[in-house]
Design a protein around this ligand. Structure first.
Ligand code: ZN
Length: 273
């Protein structure tokens, strides 16, 4: 079986200090948490940044740069920067594309709109078209975030139109309140309908994190864990760090005899430029 690519969602843009004291907020904390996760075995670091004053997500380029520079100085990790802006707050397209100026190897590509709390996380055609064109022009690989099955077909249409280039890489986000549930059936279905030659990884939200990681590991898929998606280590017990969540998957992968891909091996598997 192919080596296992382990991604860590370091902080996202929504979890607050009230929910867990362990969520990294300042640029220094976010970079440090990513570096620790890389040391623990993560090969891709999925990065959002926070406004240190409000603690919430921000598209501010200077803050992204501070985090990215620090991580690049200390690791060879693959960087996947978010383009989601702040889900539900629906920032202008130009704000959402700011992270592309830092020339990451990957950025997220949320392949459709979805309800989020009382808001809508908007990813309209104009945004997807622009993001597809910009990533293609800059040689950045889009990580296709899929919350429900229709989004796979959106990606297939972009592939057919030549706006996305093969091989595609999907990140299935399972277990959000309005998306597909974190179940084996969801994962089986999604992994069977993606174009041949594509790679895929899965995010199980909350209690779905560990089960989805286990299933993906046995299916030959890849895995994302991290505090962005799940703040608990076990029932009622907060995870102390991203590294702690990474270490658990690394440990179990070893028992499965599924070797963890290094960042360099990850670049080959995902065909990064
Ligand atoms: Zn994210």
């Amino acid at each position: 079986m192919e080596k296992l690519i382990l991604t860590v969602g370091i902080t996202g843009s929504r979890i607050t200090r009230q929910q867990t004291p362990h969520i990294p907020i300042t640029p220094q904390e976010i970079a440090q948490s990513g570096i620790e996760a890389w040391r623990a075995g993560a090969s891709i670091l999925h990065v959002h940044v926070r406004d240190p004053k409000t603690g919430l997500g921000t598209p501010e380029l200077s803050i992204f740069k501070e985090v990215v520079d620090q991580i690049r100085k200390e690791t060879d990790a693959v960087l996947c920067l978010t383009t989601s802006g702040i889900p539900g707050r629906n920032l202008p397209i130009s704000d959402r594309l700011q992270p592309l100026f830092l020339h990451p190897e990957m950025v997220s590509f949320d392949a459709g709109s979805i309800n989020m709390g009382t808001n809508v996380f908007l990813n309209p055609v104009e945004f997807l078209d622009t993001l597809a064109k910009e990533t293609s022009a800059k040689g950045i690989k889009p990580e296709l975030e899929v919350f429900e099955v229709g989004m796979v077909y959106t990606c297939i249409r972009y592939l057919e139109k030549g706006l996305l280039k093969p091989p595609l890489h999907f990140q299935f986000v399972l277990g959000t309140p309005n998306g597909m549930p974190a179940t084996l059936k969801s994962l089986l279905y999604l992994s069977e309908i993606i174009p041949q030659g594509s790679t895929w990884s899965v995010i199980g939200i909350g209690t779905g994190q560990l089960p989805m990681a286990m299933v993906a590991m046995t299916m030959g898929g890849h895995v994302r864990v991290g505090l962005e998606d799940n703040i608990y280590y076990s029932k009622g017990v907060l995870a102390r760090s991203n590294a702690q969540l990474v270490e658990r998957v690394v440990r179990i992968a070893k028992e499965f005899e599924r070797e963890i891909a290094t960042p360099q091996e990850t670049r080959k598997i995902l065909n990064l430029s």
